[in-house]
Write a protein that binds this ligand. Structure first.
Ligand code: BYC
Length: 314
C-alpha cells in the first residue's frame, strides 16, 4: 500500500530532476499513465508505417524508394523500443497488441488519413514527423528513464525523416506546375490533422496537469502546437506554398503566428474510430499480426529448444 511519505519522496525525486527507473517505487497512477502514453506512442509508430508503406512500390526513383523504405523501417524500430520501454513497467507486449487490435487502445489520429499522391510522402515527413519531433524532443527529458532514453534515438531518426519529407516537397515545388499543385494539395490535406496531433487544447486536456507535475510531459499541448506553427509557416513560405488557413497571421508584438480554429469535432470523430481510414488501418494490422503468427511460434519453439539444450549441458 502506498503511503503519503512514499508519494512525497517520489515527488521530491521528480522535482530534483532525478530519473525514475523500473525497479524504483512509483505511484500506481504514474505507472498507469506511462503505460497509457508509451503504449499509445508505440501503436502510433507501428500503425504509422501503413500510410507511407502504401507508396514504397510506387516511389518515383530508386533513391526515393531506398529513403522511404529506410524511414518506414525506422518507424518499426521506434515501435519496438517503445514496446520494450513499456514492458519495463510490468506489462506484457502481447496484451498491449491485443488492446490495439481489439480497438481498445488509441493511436495517433493522424494515421487515419489517406495518402493519395506521392506529395503526401513529402507532407508526412515534413509535417507529421516535424510535429512528432516537436513533441518528442521534450520527452527526452521525461522523468521515466527508459522512455526518455528511447526518445533520444527516436528523435535523431525523426530529424532525418523530416528532412527527407521537406526535400521531396522542395523538389516538387521546383518542378512543373502540376507537381507544385500536387504539393499544395498535400499541404491542404495534412495541415490541420498535423495541428491536431498535439492533442486537445490545454483547457480540455484531461491528463496534462498531472503529467506536467510528474514531468512526463514538459511542454503543454497548446505550447507545442504554437512552436510547431511558428517554425513551419516560414518553411511553407520558402516552398512557395500557402498554408490553408485564412486566419493565419503574424503578430509582431508577440512574435507568434495566430492561427484559425481547429475542428475538434473532426478530431474526436477520428479518435473514436470514425476517421477516413480507421477501419482500413485496423484490418491491415490484424492481417499482419495473423500472417506473422508462424514467426512468433517458430521463435518460441527455437527459444524452448535452446533452453532445454542449455539445461542438458548444465
Ligand atoms: N490522437 O489529456 P490529453 C510518429 C487522446 S508517431 C489520438 O491531452 P495526454 C510517426 C489522449 O490519448 C508519434 N488520441 O492526453 C510514426 C487521451 O485519451 P486517453 C506519435 C489523442 O496523454 C510513423 C485524450 O485524447 N507521438 O511520429 O496528456 C510515421 C486526452 O488528451 C491524440 C506520440 O504518441 C491524438 N493526436 O497528451 C511518421 C507522442 N491527442 O488516453 C511519424 C506521445 C490526445 O485518456 N504522446 N489524444 O484515452 C504524447 O505526447 C501525449 O500522449 C499526447 C496527448 C500529447 C499525444
Amino acid at each position: 500500500m502506498q503511503t503519503l511519505d512514499q508519494e512525497l519522496h517520489f515527488q521530491s525525486r521528480i522535482d530534483n530532476e532525478e530519473k525514475i527507473e523500473p525497479r524504483d517505487w512509483m505511484p500506481e497512477a504514474y505507472r498507469h499513465t506511462l503505460v497509457r502514453q508509451i503504449s499509445q506512442h508505440a501503436h502510433s509508430e507501428v500503425v504509422g508505417m501503413l500510410p507511407e508503406g502504401n507508396w514504397i512500390t510506387r516511389a518515383p526513383s530508386l533513391k526515393r524508394k531506398l529513403a522511404l523504405l529506410a524511414k518506414v523501417q525506422d518507424e518499426a524500430g521506434h515501435g519496438l523500443y517503445l514496446y520494450a520501454a513499456c514492458e519495463t513497467l510490468g506489462v506484457e507486449r502481447a496484451d498491449l497488441i491485443d488492446q490495439l487490435l481489439s480497438g481498445k487502445a488509441k493511436y495517433s489520429s493522424i494515421f487515419n488519413y489517406p495518402t493519395l499522391t506521392w506529395a503526401d510522402m513529402g507532407a508526412i515527413g515534413w509535417l507529421v514527423d516535424g510535429a512528432a519531433i516537436m513533441n518528442q524532443v521534450p520527452l527526452c527529458r521525461c522523468s521515466y528513464g527508459p522512455y526518455a532514453r528511447a526518445m533520444v534515438r527516436v528523435c535523431k531518426e525523426e530529424s532525418f525523416h523530416q528532412r527527407q519529407g521537406y526535400e521531396i516537397l522542395l523538389t516538387l515545388c521546383r518542378g512543373t506546375a502540376v507537381q507544385k499543385e500536387m504539393a499544395q494539395d498535400a499541404l491542404n490535406r495534412w495541415w490541420w490533422p498535423s495541428l491536431m496531433m498535439f492533442g486537445p487544447n490545454d483547457s480540455d486536456s484531461e491528463h496534462s496537469e498531472q503529467s506536467m507535475k510528474w514531468k512526463i510531459k514538459r511542454i503543454s499541448n497548446d505550447d507545442l502546437r504554437q512552436k510547431f506553427v511558428d517554425i513551419t509557416v516560414p518553411q511553407a513560405e520558402y516552398l512557395g506554398l500557402t498554408v490553408p488557413d485564412k486566419d493565419l497571421k503574424y503578430n509582431e508584438e508577440t512574435g507568434h503566428y495566430e492561427f484559425g480554429k481547429i475542428n475538434w469535432d473532426e478530431f474526436w470523430q477520428v479518435v473514436k474510430g470514425h476517421g477516413p481510414c480507421n477501419r482500413e488501418r485496423m484490418e491491415a494490422r490484424i492481417k499482419a499480426h495473423e500472417d506473422g503468427a508462424w514467426v512468433r511460434e517458430a521463435a518460441m519453439a527455437y527459444s524452448e529448444k535452446q533452453k532445454s539444450k542449455n539445461q542438458k549441458v548444465a
